[in-house]
Design a protein around this ligand. Sequence first.
Ligand SMILES: [Zn+2]
Length: 92
Amino acid sequence: MSPKKTQRHTCPVCGFDRLKEAPRSSSGGASFEICPACGFQFGVSDDDDGISPEEWREDWIARGMEWTSKGIRPPRGWRPEERLAALKGKDA
Ligand SMILES: [Zn+2]
């Protein structure tokens, strides 16, 4: 159930699985990509603002798991609850 046609990366905050780049490279460098789902920016929200993915996730859930990007639309069938469940299930 995991098609690997194109490489996709999963957001460690919300489980959105279509990030363009890995949030962290193998050497630890941040992608500076902003997750369109939860709005977390790797290397900025965490490194610069000192907010952990866990904290951001809790806050995002408290706000109703809203899609944050104005420019990117959610994929068809986007269900944040399912992505969060998958994220917790595999603990990646
Ligand atoms: Zn995210």
